[in-house]
Design a protein around this ligand. Sequence first.
Ligand code: GCU
Length: 410
Amino acid sequence: MMRSLFLAILAAPFLIIADDFVFEPNYDESKIPAYTLPDVLEGVKTAAEWPEKRTKWYSLIAREMFGEKTEAMLATKTTMAPAAPDKAILGGKGVLKQIVVKLAGEDINVALFLPKSAAEKPVPVFLGYNFAGNHAVFDDPDIILPSSWMMKRKDRTASEEDRGASASRWAVERIINGGFGLVTAYYGDVDPDFHDEFANGVHGELGQPENHEAASIATWSWALSRILDVLTDSIPEVDGEKVAVMGHSRLGKTSLWAGASDERFALVISNNSGCGGAALSRRAIGETVWRITDSFPHWFCGNFLRYANKEGEMPFDNHTLLALIAPRPLYVASAEEDTWADPKGEFLSCLHASPVYKLLGTKGLPATEMPAVNTPVQGQIGYHMRTGKHDVTDYDWEQYLKFATANLVP
Ligand code: GCU
């Protein structure tokens, strides 16, 4: 209730001008407002001093952008149960395992695509949410359909028709051939992606957040950590110390916050996460803080609305979000035609997070200029901008596998 009132007051000026207000995104570099980025190190000179500064940035970003974990979240117990017998896939090269993670009254279906070798030796895995159900990730008749609200379907119900529909975004065979597993869940099983004043999904049990408390992105991120608990404690085929958290777009914003919030994630990947993710907010090019909070009021905590059209007043920017992942390997990927997500702003964020990586004794980002398209740079921070549009492609996975192999496989 308090949160809705607060949102209504903040939104009021926009509502008044709404009749003749047409949002025209800026795509012109020359129209970017002059800005000064907060210095991520703020005088920190040694690695030993960084943890205190990190805590400062983490607390700020939690309170002002994604929302802090609530007491109810911290008190929640996670349990799991097998959901189906293990099944050989890809002509016996791989195994499909399905479990249900029970969290705050919700059943989250988790599908694991593992190389056969995982039975003998635990494997590193990518953990990432999908947008359209586990059955859309890989075409197999036994993958369980979600029973939760489906964003991608007109009737909001999962359908057999969608088996394998998103397979081009998930290089399951390539991942398995590379000796990795893929663990995925539908994010709507945790919290359906529409604004309902935080009534459904896990919020049914957790309750409505206050303005400084976890909104949807932070809730999805928190649930990734609970899935990680289950992988670590109950799935011997997975090497819990080698879990790379990965996400695309809004789910890339989610993977960044999951990686920042839980240092057990050994590697973090943001695919085209853009505004509220890897991109610098102060550039206000493509999607802006006003636009994203207006279109998706449930993603960020109520406090974030303070910075709508006032990016310069943010006491942080998203390079400080990326720096929270240091010194763990971080990969940020952009797409050339995805100007809405501001590829250059995503690169600059990596560049300005890099001093922390270097202070902590790693190579950081091995570039000072934005690399040409399809020319990945990979240090402890990896970055590429591929040709094409907002998507996850085989090209992206090829780079993630190379990066994860270099960093997670001895
Ligand atoms: C919209 C939104 C982006 C988001 C994207 C997605 O385009 O404006 O911020 O990343 O949806 O998640 O697909």
